[in-house]
Design a protein around this ligand. Structure first.
Ligand code: FMN
Length: 206
């Protein structure tokens, strides 16, 4: 049963922002479980519950950062990025993983996904499960906000699934989707205001 403090829906939707600086205050385990329970209320294809949430310990983060960083380095070198910039990027990314009070790797796993004989339908099947993870993670981040926590999304695992599986000793059917960093926002943290919304620009009529 999910027990999230009440908040109006518009306050939750508008108030949730990406928080990338956290206070040292530890996050209670019960809150971590509550926000994961909220994530699991999301819709999913084929009436399934395909999401898995790996709570990544401080020790495991070092191997995760190392493995993802090595893969990223290969991509950056292939793109011709200068060595000094590669080092800066990798060190910033490593520091972010280390600084999150809680780090959650979200993925999909299990038997829910259908196997299709052609790439077109297989790709659509994979995207459906990714979409469902997006819905679950929005639930998680909204619930976190209602609990007074901040969060932000890190998409790196999507780009190096094999490295992530190896680093965290995850089974072959685990498809990494995203990392969520979670914690109490740094005291006095000010976030830039949201850009003005012109909803008309997002609506198309046919
Ligand atoms: C699919 C997805 C991938 C994202 N990847 C990253 C990321 O790799 N690193 C990061 O700092 N933020 C990432 N974000 C967060 C966005 O940058 C952020 O949501 C956006 O700037 C809007 O700001 P807000 O969340 O405060 O409204 C991602 C968000 C989504 C939905």
């Amino acid at each position: 049963m999910v027990s999230i403090p009440p908040m109006t829906l518009d306050a939750a939707l508008a108030g949730r922002r990406s928080v990338r600086q956290f206070s040292a205050r530890p996050v209670e385990r019960t809150l971590v479980e509550e926000v994961i329970a909220a994530a699991c209320l999301a819709p999913a294809p084929h009436h399934s519950h395909p999401w898995r949430f790996v709570i990544v310990s401080a020790e495991a983060r070092a191997s995760l950062a190392e493995a993802m960083g090595e893969r990223w380095r290969q991509d950056l070198e292939r793109d011709g990025v200068a060595e000094a910039r590669i080092r800066r990027l990798l060190s910033r990314s490593r520091a972010r993983l280390a600084a999150a009070p809680v780090l959650i790797l979200a993925g999909v796993a299990g038997q829910a996904q259908r196997a299709w004989p052609d790439q077109r339908r297989q790709r659509a099947e994979d995207v459906m499960f990714g979409q469902s993870t997006g819905a679950a993670l929005e639930n998680l981040m909204l619930a976190a906000h209602a609990c007074g926590l901040g969060s932000h999304w890190l998409s790196a695992p999507l780009f190096c699934p094999e490295a992530v599986r190896l680093a965290l000793d995850l089974p072959a059917d685990f498809q990494p989707q995203a990392l969520i960093a979670l914690g109490y926002p740094k005291e006095g943290l000010r976030l830039p205001p949201r850009p003005p919304l012109a909803v008309d620009e997002h609506i198309v009529e046919r």
